[in-house]
Design a protein around this ligand. Structure first.
Ligand code: ADP
Ligand code: ZN
Ligand code: ZN
Length: 728
């Protein structure tokens, strides 16, 4: 072979041909150093070839094939190709984005050695209890190694206690222990595990039925109400896969919000190498963890959406926790859904995929009623009952900083009982609007179609969309009135009000602002655990996966705002979000109560919520979606365009629609419209919806259409295609 086709990080829908005399078939999936224009860049070899369409005088040579790390395996390469095809995104960008940053750079890598330690014959004969009292570290190491015949990872040992490294050194010198450099696919012992609680009958049944089918591709919806113990099901499944020497990919929406899960996994599977993969890691950590996954050392990969592309030679199962969560969808660049890609990946690898949720997305819920996806249901809470959810009608009531008398009374009683309460409001800052009563001026962002949010603790107005901020004006810039009023509530305002009303209560606000400082969130969780808090005020940060056993009252304010949104998914999201928040209440032996303030207590959404009736609500929504030909009964794509002027963006979309009509078979093109938020960060945005009852018809259309659009570029317009869009 004398040519290679290389994926490069450029926005062009093509691979690039280079001469590479020394390339062998093993090099497919490897990085290569490439001259590109006047630069030298890293690319990934996607194919070998005997011929090229380029004139031989123009073809350049690969500078070096980088053989320092193993190539991307075939299944990952084909997954990346699938992504590029399905999302109509340039292959080179897709491939390069899937690599850890360090692998995209030119410089040589220093790779970590994976070492484990085990006891020697000599070491086996030493009784840890016979060591002198002060040799605590040595005793710890001996004790740990005694229960693992094949030895323990150096990294795991290092986590045991401070001072491990010198102890390992001296114990090696004495000949008690020895280091083995691990060959990645040497056979491993069955890893140890610390048993968890005895599963409930329902949990056991779910585990059994999934286990029975664990040798083939099969999607499972694990539909379990909040607090029903879905995590224990994951752990039981993970245990049985680890025992069979398989790797598990566990995808979660946001790791930083739920460090408990990582701690739990480490505690339960002490012998298993667990690596995390998310954007909060340093480049170095991310590379190391990725390599440990790729060479098969890591038994468990716990990651956010980007981890779905990690090479995993012994993959045995994919678990997607909180599958309904919007953060599985990347909202820019390659707009992929990691949940959907997880399904594709599981299929090519012939392994089961578990999608867990208390409020499944309608797409998955619908899928689980067909024959291509199974459903396992948990209807009971473990050792607790679901909280009572009650609506508090606020129309005509006088609210104090957004809080009704009923809410205040309930908080008062709960504080009196020394139980924890949570006031949930999905807006940070003090007030969402600053208003002049004299001339009706409101503070808005110059760059977005959005109001500026008032932040009182640093006395600034901030745009939550583009980051713009400015000082709070002393008087109305339009009429000079000095009496500007905050309208509406944010977390800071509710916190201030509660501090005034309950001067003796300990109040803690949890939102992106209060947790921005490193470690702040950890310290807050410690305070909650140590029962140093009476009332929490927080945003949806608090609604995901947290278990605060002593939380018995949840109050929700300002939920109505998304009741009548123009996004067809708004009510699905609101129902899901409120179920999650409500689900924080009463998770231990104390019964929980949830109060939802609303002007529309009779609204079907709240009615279903109070009855804990996800099923009924989902069925109603599904009927509406079917009639309106919306997902999951139809497939959508959005052509998004942005330009300095709205007319430019709309005109571009209009031309795109005109060019598309003749191609559109079984596909409907709607009229271009301004985006729900037409102006963002100084750009005007518009969109064109494409819809079809057939996924493949839509795909065929998009491919042909894009070919035409790319030949008719308009320099003033930035456009992109969003397949299966989540936010309209
Ligand atoms: P979910 O994710 O379904 O909302 P969790 O997995 O967080 O629920 O479990 C809720 C609580 O119940 C946790 O504190 C968990 O430790 C506990 N739990 C789960 N299963 C069992 C069990 N079989 N026995 C005792 N406690 C359990
Ligand atoms: Zn004014
Ligand atoms: Zn803005």
């Amino acid at each position: 072979m004398s040519f290679v086709r290389v994926a490069l990080d450029v926005p062009l829908r093509t691979l690039f041909d280079y001469r590479a005399a020394d390339a062998v078939s093993d090099d497919v999936g490897r990085r290569a150093l490439i001259p590109f224009g006047r630069k030298i860049v890293v690319g990934v070899i996607m194919e070998l070839a005997n011929t090229t369409d380029l004139p031989l005088t123009r073809i350049r040579s690969v500078l070096r094939i980088m053989r320092d790390v193993p190539p991307l395996p075939a299944d990952v390469l084909s997954l990346l190709r699938f992504c590029s095809d399905y999302y109509h995104h340039p292959l080179g960008e897709v491939v390069m984005a899937a690599l850890p940053t360090r692998l995209r750079r030119r410089h040589a890598l220093k790779l970590p050695a994976v070492r484990r330690y085990r006891l020697t014959e000599h070491g086996l004969g030493i009784d840890p209890m016979a060591l002198p009292g002060r040799a605590t570290v040595q005793r710890e190491i001996l004790g740990r190694l005694r229960v693992s015949a094949l030895g323990v990872d150096e990294q795991i040992l290092r986590g045991l206690a401070p001072g491990i490294a010198p102890a390992l050194k001296s114990m090696s010198a004495m000949g008690w222990i020895e280091a083995v450099v691990e060959a990645p696919d040497s056979s491993r012992a069955i890893p140890g595990l610390i048993p968890g609680p005895v599963l409930s009958a329902e949990q056991q049944q779910a585990v059994d039925s999934i286990r029975r089918e664990s040798d083939r591709y099969l999607p499972w919806l694990l539909h379990g109400i909040t607090g029903s113990g879905k995590t224990e099901i994951y752990l039981a499944l993970i245990a049985s896969l680890l025992a069979r020497d398989r790797q598990i990919l566990l995808l979660v929406p946001e790791i930083n919000l739920t460090p408990q899960l990582e701690a739990l996994l480490r505690a339960r599977f002490p012998d298993t190498r667990l690596v995390a993969l998310h954007s909060g890691l340093s480049e170095r950590e991310r590379l190391n963890n990725w390599l440990l996954a790729q060479n098969g050392t890591a038994g468990i990969v716990l990651g956010t959406r980007l981890a779905v592309f990690t090479p995993l030679p012994r993959l045995g199962m994919i678990i997607v926790d909180e599958e309904h969560d919007a953060s599985f969808k990347q909202m820019e660049g390659l707009r992929y859904s990691a949940r959907d890609i997880a399904l594709v990946r599981a299929k090519t690898r012939k392994v089961p995929v578990i999608l867990g949720s208390a409020t499944p997305s309608l797409e998955i819920y619908h899928l689980a009623h067909g024959d291509r996806c199974r459903m396992a249901t948990l209807t009971q809470r473990v050792n607790a009952v679901l909280p009572a959810i009650v609506c508090v009608a606020t129309r005509g009531e006088k609210l104090i900083d957004g809080l009704s008398q009923t809410m205040l009374k309930a908080l008062h009683e709960n504080v009196g009982r020394k139980e924890l309460s949570l006031v949930f409001i999905n807006r940070r800052g003090y007030a969402p609007v600053l208003y002049c009563a004299a001339c009706a001026w409101t503070a808005s962002c110059q760059r977005c179609t959005a109001k500026l949010v008032l932040h009182l603790n640093d006395t600034r107005l901030r745009c939550h969309h583009c980051g713009f901020q400015e000082k709070i004006p002393a008087a109305c810039p339009r009429c000079g009135n000095a009496d500007l009023a905050p309208l509406g509530q944010g977390t800071q305002r509710v916190e201030t009000a509660l501090t005034r009303i309950f001067p003796d209560a300990r109040i803690l606000r949890i939102d992106r602002d209060s947790t921005r400082r490193k470690n702040a969130w950890n310290q807050m969780r410690d305070r909650i655990r140590d029962r140093d808090v009476d009332i929490l005020v927080g945003t949806q940060m608090l609604s995901k996966g947290h278990d605060f056993p002593q939380l018995t009252l949840v109050g929700v304010i300002n939920a109505d705002s998304s009741l009548y949104s123009s996004d067809f998914r708004a009510s699905e999201r609101l129902f899901g979000g409120l179920t999650q928040v409500a689900g924080r209440a009463g998770r231990a032996d104390l019964a929980g109560k949830v109060l939802i303030q609303t002007e529309f207590p009779a609204h079907p959404l709240y009615q279903s919520l109070c009855r804990h009736d996800y099923r009924g609500f989902a069925q109603t929504l599904l009927k509406e979606r079917e009639q309106a030909a919306l997902p999951p009964f139809a497939y959508l794509a959005l052509l998004r365009a942005e330009a300095p002027k709205l007319e430019t963006a709309l005109a571009f979309l209009k031309r795109a629609a005109d060019r598309g009509h003749s191609l559109a078979k079984h596909v409907t093109l709607y009229d271009p419209v301004p985006a729900i938020m037409p102006r963002l960060a100084g750009q005007e945005r518009a969109q064109l919806m494409v819809q079809s009852r057939s996924r493949s018809a839509l795909q065929v259309f998009l491919a042909a259409w894009l070919g035409i659009l790319e030949n008719h570029a308009d320099r003033r317009v930035r456009w992109s295609l969003d397949v299966d869009p989540l936010d309209l």
